[in-house]
Design a protein around this ligand. Structure first.
Ligand SMILES: [Zn+2]
Length: 261
């Protein structure tokens, strides 16, 4: 039944038949960390998120007025990796088809393995075991890897494994393994790879193979997601919309999921 409802929502959105999704029967889950002073960035990021107050208070006209300017690297907080991040020919942020950003999702849970080994990399076997239990992952699915890591947010040392400024050589956190990424991207043809850690490559990676495998097929990444424990293994509809930066290699991402009640 849930699958049918989601299918109806997807059909309503993609077919443009004027059907309004039945939100009364769905929970909307926020998959996004808010941007602020404690937002976690890669240790080598030269700047972080900053909010500059331009106006805040009563005006001579007798009304309140507030406005800010913000500045942020593309790759920090909950954000998109555009294919161009690791492929010169890959799509930049504004060119990613919306069908890769709004799609049914599956959630592969490796929380116990990541808890036992913070350098855990999800294997092809994790993917096939998921499929045995929940069905084959079909083309155009958004895959979310759940490691339980957002419980560490925003403690950068716990989350990244090391928070030495300017040094990314001692990072330690779980993510996708190369064979799992190949299976999902090259064989299953997934829309996107999402993760509740800082990167779709594990922390110890120095060659970023998962990023390169995904980028080569124009598959974007969603990083630093949260609340993946509130999603079912299959049946959620993910809406992951980045700031539409022309020529961007990524960007801040507002990701939510619709889950049937
Ligand atoms: Zn990134």
């Amino acid at each position: 039944m849930r699958t049918m409802v989601i299918a109806a929502i997807v059909a309503g959105i993609t077919a443009g038949r004027g059907q309004v999704p039945d939100l009364a029967n769905h929970t909307i889950v926020d998959l996004t960390h808010s941007y602020g002073a404690s937002t976690v960035f890669w240790p080598t990021a030269e700047t972080k998120f900053t909010l500059q107050k331009l106006a805040h208070g009563q005006t001579p006209g007798g009304y309140f007025y507030a406005a800010n300017a913000f500045c942020t690297p593309e790759h920090g907080g909950t954000h998109l990796d555009a294919p161009n991040h690791f492929s010169e020919a890959g799509r930049t942020t504004e060119k990613i088809p919306l069908e890769q950003l709004v799609a049914p999702a599956v959630v592969i849970d490796v929380t116990p393995r990541a808890a036992a080994d913070r350098d855990y990399r999800a294997t092809a076997d994790d993917v096939t075991q998921f499929e045995k239990a929940h069905g084959r992952i079909t083309r155009g699915t958004i895959v979310l890897l759940r490691t339980g890591w957002s419980r560490h947010w925003p403690n950068a040392k716990a989350y990244l494994g090391d928070d030495t400024p300017g040094d990314a050589s001692k990072l330690s956190f779980p993510s996708y393994g190369v064979e799992a990424a190949r299976l999902l991207v090259e064989d299953r043809g997934v829309a996107a790879l999402g993760i509740d850690t800082a990167s779709i490559d594990y922390g110890r990676s120095t060659d970023f193979q998962v990023h390169r495998i995904a980028a080569a097929r124009n598959v974007p990444g969603f990083e630093n997601l949260t609340n993946l424990d509130r999603l079912p293994p299959r049946g959620a509809l993910v809406v992951a919309l980045p700031m539409k930066i022309e020529g961007g290699s990524g960007g801040p991402l507002r990701a939510i999921a619709l889950v049937a009640r």
